[in-house]
Design a protein around this ligand. Sequence first.
Ligand code: BDP
Length: 717
Amino acid sequence: MKLSRFVFLFVLISFSALAQKDYKLWLQYNKITNPAIASEYKSNLKNIVSLGNSETLKISIKELETGILSMLDQKPQIKTEIEGENNLIIGSKPSLNSDLQKTLQSDFDKINSEGFIIKLVVLKNKKQLIITGKNDVAVLYGVFSFLRLMQTNTSLKNLSISDSPKTNIRILNHWDNLDRTVERGYAGFSLWNWQKLPDFIDQRYVDYARANASIGINGTVLTNVNANALILTPQYLEKVEALANVFRPYGIKVYLTARFSAPIEIGNLKTADPKDPEVMNWWKNKAVEIYKRIPDFGGFLVKANSEGQPGPQNYGRDHVDGANMLADAVAPFGGVIMWRAFVYSEHDANDRAKQAYAEFQLYDGKFKENVIVQVKNGAIDFQPREPFHPLFGAMPKTPLMMEFQITQEYLGFSTHLVFLPKLFQEVLESDTYRKGKGSTVAKVVDGSLYNNKITGIAGVANIGNDLNWTGHPFAQANWYGFGRLAWNPYLDSEVIADEWLRSTFSNDENFIKPVKKMMIDSREAVVNYMTPLGLHHIMDTGHHYGPGPWVSNLSRPEWNPVYYHKADKNGIGFDRSKSGTNATAQYAIEVEKLFDNLETCPEKDLLWFHHVSWDYKLKNGQTLWNGLALKYQEGVNQVVTMQNIWNKTEKYIDAERFNEVQMLLEIQNKEAKWWRDACLLYFQQYSGKELPAGVEKPTQTLDYFKSLKFPFAPGNG
Ligand code: BDP
C-alpha cells in the first residue's frame, strides 16, 4: 500500500473512532483506571446468569457484556443456572427461584412496577450480585443503573439499591414534521426517516431507544404538536408501527400528536365537533385501527385552540369536551390523552401570562381519568427564567404533567452551553403553597400532593440527526438530565452533572470539579446576558435567535418583545402586581404576597412582576439601570470564565470534543456580547443614562443590531 493511502486510511479510521465518541453520548464505557475499583468489579463480573430469554433481557445481557468488556477488558461467561459464587444474576421476579424471591421480598415491597433492585446477597452461603425488578424492562433500568455505577467508579461495597421512578410517563416530545424538519430543532433533521420506513430500520432508532432506556425515558411523541393529520393515515401508521416495534423491547411506548381537525382532513367528515356522533365514532375507529397495529400505543398529545391550531372551540365546545372525547376513544386500550394547557388568544386583551390559568383552572375535576393536562414550566414560554406556572397546585382534581423544553429555542439554540437541569430543578423545587409550606411543583408533578393516578414529565426533545445527536456536545447533558429528573424530580442538578461528566468524559477530579462548576453556573450566565432581573421574551421574533427588544410591529401584541419589557422613560418591567394585571393573584396567597410586594419579590423575578423606575434601588445599592447593565456584563464575564475553564481541559479528553466545545464557547462569547450591547443600547434610549463603570462599551450602534436579519435561522419552519 502506498504511504499516502495508508495515511489516508489511518486518518479515516481514527476519525471514525473519534466521531463515535460524540455519538456514544453518556454510554462511553471508558476503561476503569482506578485499580481498586476495577478489581472489585472484575471479581464480581466473571459470570452473568441470565434468567429468561425475552428480547428485553437479551438487550440487558448484551449491554452488560459491552460495558464490562470495554470498562474492564473482561469477557463474562453467560450462564443460565446459578453455580458457585460471585455471579451477577439478571432476571425479573417471576424468573427468580423461591430462595431468591424470599431473600429479596422486603426489597420488592419497596419498589413499583418499573423499579429495580441491585444488591449483593448471600444465597446458600454464597455471595451473589443480583439485578432484578418486577419485569424485564425494570431489570433493564437496573442494568443501566449498574453500568452507571461502574462508569462513575462507585465502589460495590455494601451495595444495596432499590429505586423506582416517581412518575409514570417520562416522555420526549419531538416537534418533528413529516418532511423531517424539526420545529425549534437545532441538531439537524428529524431522526424519523418516513420515506424509508417501514422497511428500512435505521440503526439510529435502536441507539435512540437504548439511550432513552438508559435514563428511564419510557415514551416518545414522534410528531410535532403543530400536527399533520396524515400521520394518522394507514400509510403512516404502518411506519409508526415499525418504530414502535423497535422501541418496545426498550420499554418505550410510542405516542402521536392528534390534529383535532383530522376527521375532516383525512376522514371526509364535514365537522370535527367533539359532540358529533360521527366524529366520536371516527376517533373510536381510529383508535381501534392504531391499537390493532400497536397494542401498547401510548395515546395522543394534543395542542388545541392554541396559536391557530384547530380545537373544540371551533365548534363552540371547550377543552373538556375535546379531551374527553379523545379519552373515550383510547380508554378501552389503556391509552392516555395529554392535553396541553399552552393557550393564549389574540382576542384576549388580558396579560398573556394569565390566560392559561384563566382558561383551564375552572375545568378542574372535569376531565376523564385518562386525561392529563400538560403545562409548560412557566406561564409565558420556556424563557431562560420564569416563575413557576400558576396552574401547578391549582388543579387538585386533575393530573398535571410538566412540560420542559430541552431544545434551546430561547436559550441560544445548540450553540450555547447551558445546563438545563439547573433550570428544571429551580422550577420543581418552587413552593406552590397550595397545601401549605412544602407543596412543591415536584409534588404536584409526581402526584404525591393530591394523590393523582397518572403522573408525567415531558421534555421537548433537542435531538436530531447530527452526528452528536444534540448539536452541542453539552446539550447531551440536557437530554440526560431531563431523563434523570423525569425519573426522580428531586434529584440535585449537581449530582446529574457529576454523573453525566463521568459517564461522558472522564472520572479525573481535575476535570470534573471545574467543569461541573462551569455547567452549574452556565444557566445563570444565560439569564444574565439575555434576560436578567426577570426580563423575558425579548428575543428577535419568529426564529427567536438573538436579541430583538425593539420589535413592535407584529400583528398580535403578545408576539412583540415591547409587550413584555414595557420600557419607557419611567422605567422597565411588566406590572403583574395588583396595580397592574394582577397575575400575582393566580398564585396561593403566600406566593401572591411574595411576588406582589416590590420589597419581597425576588430580584431574579423583579421585572416579571413589576414596572420599576430606572432609579429604583436594588438590594446591592445599585440603581436598577446600573444593576441591569452590570448583570448583562456579568453574563459576558461568566462566559469568559467558562472559556477559561474549558481551555484547561484539553489533556483530559479527546481532541474532537475539546475543539468543538472550544469553538462553540467562542460563538457563545460573541453572542453574549451581542445580547449585552444590543439590549443595553436599546434600553438606554429610555433610561437616558450612561453605562456604569465596569460595563464594556458597545462596539456597534443600535441601528446595526436592528439591521441584522436571519432569514434562514434553523428551527423556524
Ligand atoms: C412556542 C414555539 C412554537 C411552538 C409553541 C408550542 O415557538 O414553535 O409551537 O411554543 O409549544 O414556544 O406549542
